[in-house]
Design a protein around this ligand. Structure first.
Ligand code: TEU
Ligand code: CA
Length: 574
């Protein structure tokens, strides 16, 4: 290269860096702080615990961590009920602990993503304390207050079942809440609310936050007539059609983008249940200047009932799983951005749900790791998934999750299903599955806390499934994740290339090609424990290619017909 070429090269690289934002190539690790690592031995995970484990995350190779809420909170929903956005939850530590975490994470090249819970606040937030005092309080319109004649103002229902209206005797009016009655919905039509949130964002950016995950992102805009859901079998469907994707949310994001996201060049990933492709494109198209990426829900609803019921026992059909991902991969191509996940703090463990948590626990874990890290979008790995943690069975007494508790209460009132059937469904779909403490070792309390009593039950399988064991074994799921993260970083075709499904009608195998310029990669994943074969003329183009990753020691060669063993995954590059 002569000098001129060198200069042109450096210049082009810089432009590329500018065009391709860091978060398009990043792999994110989600931390649920309460259950990650307890530093001070009180049984509850904390910020110092995260700092302590940064080198573990560095070893795994992730670029950023999304930390579930750490703001001050009375914990009606483990932090998703904020009472002070400018401070840290007592159990998690202090602002000084946060600064230390921020400094040490950045020193290791790990960025921080904050969970922004802005659809509602805790009822213990000072704004709400003021709001409820009188009808003419300056904070009254931070929330939605309505009169009710003989009972609630409407039959609107909350997300967990039951009325969305909470009566407050002080002013003899009802306020609106979509989650628990300790989480009261904010009124985003009041210009003071977006302003407050912009200030909160700036405060945390100044303390080192590099991006946001927006909780309930497509719920902020409300139809303030709070229309009727009718109370029939389709009430949930009606509710969802009414509350999600109100177009007003776009205005709020344009405001936050103008005041914060584009000023500081930070991404915002929106949690968007029940979102359509077109809506998702509107939110995440860069030229619309709203948010950066969409956390959609289609694939985590494939085991719902026909009316959107969650508490049912329906197996996951691999064809539906493939179809959901395919749809979002092709649907947002060139017009928006996907976030990728298979589990998180609201979902059961992916191995138990989509894979097999018995004979093929690690094998199926590797199959889904392959999928997560070879699709287009920003992948999110949930804590413990990299070591293959699984669901567990709780008794009624052991349940912690506020969602499930509300569902049980509702069922006691309606007797819709038997307590036994409900418990089975809870153990299958419940959020507690994901919230048991991280299994660090086979020692007491899985090495999560040095104290006597962890805040929540530890999965009894921790003696076999833990970080220490994973790190000590070369063929473990942990090292598979590590390799997959590393090659995703090296080969832009995985983060930036286009997606094309091959054999979309195949009942078991998910097969796709990624392409970027001349570079092509082929991915084959058997999503089931039954062997199968995938046949296509297209595979022969990879005969001279390289196998980047495979979860069996002796991966098959590229040929027209490829036999796949249970949960076998294969990544080839031309
Ligand atoms: O979740 C919002 C949401 O719509 C769902 O993920 C919901 O928790 C689940 O479908 C219930 O069936 C966010 C948070 O991720 C969740 O943990 C909070 O409970 C909720 O908001 C309220 O803040
Ligand atoms: Ca602690």
């Amino acid at each position: 290269m002569n000098l001129k070429n060198v200069i042109v090269y450096i210049y082009k690289e810089e432009i590329m860096q500018e065009i391709v934002k860091w978060w398009k190539k990043a792999v994110v690790y989600q931390i649920y702080p309460r259950s990650f690592y307890d530093y001070n031995g009180d049984g509850i995970g904390d910020l110092k615990g995260i700092t302590q484990k940064l080198s573990y995350l560095k070893n795994l190779g992730v670029d950023a961590i999304w930390i579930s809420p750490y703001n001050k909170s009375p914990n009606a929903d483990n932090g998703y009920d904020v009472s002070d956005y400018y401070d840290i939850m007592d159990e998690f530590g202090t602002l000084a602990d946060f600064d230390e975490l921020s400094e040490k994470a950045h020193a290791l090249g790990i960025r921080l993503i904050m969970d922004l819970v802005i659809n509602h606040t805790s009822d213990e937030h000072p704004w709400f304390a003021e709001s409820r005092k009188s009808k003419d309080n300056p904070y009254r319109d931070y929330y939605f207050w309505r009169e009710g004649k003989d009972g609630p103002p409407s039959d609107a229902i909350n997300m967990f079942g039951g009325s969305a209206w909470l009566y407050d005797g002080t002013t003899d009016e009802y306020c609106y809440h979509l989650f628990t009655k300790k989480q009261i919905d904010l009124n985003w039509d009041n210009p003071a609310v977006p302003e407050e949130v912009a200030n909160i964002c700036k405060f945390w950016i100044a303390r080192g936050v590099d991006g946001f995950r927006i909780d309930c992102a497509n719920l902020l805009g409300k139809d303030v007539s709070f229309p009727s859901v009718g109370g029939g079998a389709d009430a949930i469907k009606k509710r969802d059609a009414l509350i999600f994707n109100n177009p007003k949310s776009h205005d709020y994001y344009r405001y936050l983008n103008e005041k914060v996201f584009s000023v500081y060049d930070v991404p915002a990933f929106g949690e968007c249940s029940q979102i359509t492709l077109d809506e998702a494109a509107l939110y995440s198209a860069p030229e619309r200047r709203e948010i950066s990426g969409i956390i959609q829900f289609e694939h985590v609803k494939i085991d719902d009932g026909p009316n959107g019921e969650k508490w049912v026992d329906i197996p996951c059909d691999p064809k539906k799983l493939k179809a959901a991902f395919s749809k979002w991969q092709t649907g947002l191509e060139g017009r928006g951005w996907n976030c990728l996940y298979l589990d998180n703090h609201d979902q059961p463990r992916l191995i138990s749900r989509f894979g097999d948590d018995k004979e093929y626990r690690e094998m199926s874990g590797k199959a889904f790791a392959t999928m997560l890290l070879t699709l287009k979008g920003t992948p999110f790995i949930y804590q413990g998934t990299e070591i293959g943690m699984t669901n567990l069975s709780l008794t009624y007494d052991e349940i912690d999750d506020c969602e499930v508790k509300m569902v049980i209460e509702e069922n006691e009132r309606t007797h819709a299903i038997s307590p036994e059937a409900l418990l089975r469904a809870i153990n299958k779909r419940g959020r507690d599955n994901a919230r048991t403490p991280m299994q660090w070792s086979d020692e007491k309390n899985a090495g999560f806390t040095a104290g006597e009593t962890p805040w929540f039950k530890i999965n009894p399988n921790y003696k076999d499934i833990n970080v220490k064991e994973s790190l000590a074994r070369e063929d473990s799921l942990f090292y598979y994740y590590k390799r997959a993260i590393a090659f995703r970083r090296e080969e832009d075709v995985f983060s930036l290339g286009s997606f094309r499904e091959i054999l979309s009608e195949h009942p078991q195998a998910f097969v796709y090609e990624r392409a970027l310029g001349k570079k092509r990669a082929l991915v084959l994943i058997n999503l089931t424990k039954e062997p199968c074969a995938a046949t296509s003329d297209e595979f022969t183009a990879y005969a001279d290619g390289k196998i980047l990753l495979g979860n069996y020691a002796d991966p098959p060669k590229a040929a027209k017909r490829i036999e796949l063993r249970p949960f076998e995954a294969l990544v080839m590059i031309q």
